[in-house]
Design a protein around this ligand. Structure first.
Ligand code: SF4
Length: 345
């Protein structure tokens, strides 16, 4: 039975304006060549999230890096021999890379690239919340700061959350969950676990609209609906597949449908087109009555990553991610617990 809990101090997060890098063909080619040279000189590897620009995703692929979700980005950076990890994504991904690789240099194109889930879960308030519930196992989503991870027993991603919480539930554990209320609600309904939910949300996924999605389904009756579980419950209820970004791409490859309606950041379409050529991907609706999104279907923090800023950090060494040793030593335990669990299951 879920205990309803309204976290009184969950901060309201205002998304920044969307500013995407625009490059001409000559500048793009010059920057890519320059970055490749510097990466080779500095023994650097680029890991990029699916929500970053096509330019960054293509560069990661072309230079032996990876384009993936946050779980695989963490795994890849950890296993790779490079001494510098370039993380194109948002701050918690850079933090995770540093926590797993304290001996490596971790650089990010823009340290202002954050996440509404991370920002909605300040470490001090979260720690006080945990102190009020010592009988609960603390499970936090990867989209959190290093300090919040250090306070947690487990870190999970959208691809591992259901299995890990189901595992803990089977052991008779009660859960304290943060920060995404929608993903937490989905995990609670799927597993039946007793969960207290922090009340954060993703500004991108929260904006998808069920009524308009139902109308879109009627207009595209043969399309499969693929939904990320950071979306509201009424949107998830319309899904044929609910899953992480990697699971969404896999569904597009393996399902027989030609058309897909996709409720996640539209940056993923670049990989979906490459993984399932000839198929048609339609952005799930974010407009309609009550729509509040300013960044409909694209994350304004992910958009802060670009080739110019990546070249700048390689030229100057700025934007290095640093995590203090005490925090790193605690946070690595909760992340490693997830990686070990994922490897075993
Ligand atoms: S898409 Fe949502 S969850 Fe992902 S980084 Fe942006 S705000 Fe955070």
């Amino acid at each position: 039975m879920q205990t309803l809990f309204q976290m009184p101090h969950t901060p309201k997060v205002i998304a920044p304006p969307m500013v995407e890098e625009v490059l001409g063909a000559d500048e793009r080619a010059t920057l890519i060549a320059h970055i490749k040279t510097m990466m080779a000189q500095q023994n650097a590897v680029l890991v990029a999230h699916y929500y970053t620009s096509a330019d960054l995703q293509d560069l990661a692929d072309a230079t032996g890096g990876c384009v993936s979700d946050s779980l695989e980005m963490a795994r890849f950076g950890h296993a790779h021999a490079a001494s510098t990890i370039l993380v194109a994504g948002v701050k918690f991904m850079g933090d995770t890379a540093k926590i797993l690789n304290p001996e490596k240099r971790v650089l990010m194109p823009d340290l202002n690239a954050n996440c509404s889930l991370d920002l909605a879960c300040p470490a001090d308030e979260f720690s006080a919340f945990c102190d009020q519930h010592p009988d609960r196992v603390v499970v936090v989503y990867a989209n959190t700061s290093a300090a919040v991870k250090a306070r947690a027993d487990w870190v999970v991603t959208s691809g591992t959350a259901v299995k890990i919480v189901a595992h803990l539930h089977a052991l008779g554990q009660k859960i304290l969950w943060a920060p995404d209320k929608y993903l937490g609600d989905y995990v609670q309904r799927t597993t039946g676990a007793d969960m207290l939910l922090w009340q954060g949300s993703c500004v991108v996924h929260e904006a998808f609209k069920a009524k308009e999605l139902a109308a879109m389904k009627l207009a595209h009756p043969d399309a499969a609906v693929l939904v990320h579980p950071e979306s509201p419950a009424d949107v998830i209820a319309l899904a044929d597949v609910v899953g992480s970004t990697t699971q969404i791409i896999r569904a597009a490859q393996t399902m027989p449908n030609r058309e897909f309606i996709v409720a996640t950041d539209n940056g993923i379409f670049h990989k979906m087109h490459a993984a399932a050529p000839g198929k048609v991907f339609i952005e799930a609706p974010t407009a309609g009555v009550g729509a509040t999104c300013k960044s409909c279907a694209h994350c304004p923090w992910m958009a802060m990553n670009g080739l110019r800023s990546l070249a700048h950090v390689l030229e100057t060494g700025v934007n290095e991610i640093l995590v203090d040793s005490a925090t790193q030593q605690k946070a690595v335990l909760s992340i490693q617990r997830m990686l070990d669990f994922a490897a075993q299951h």
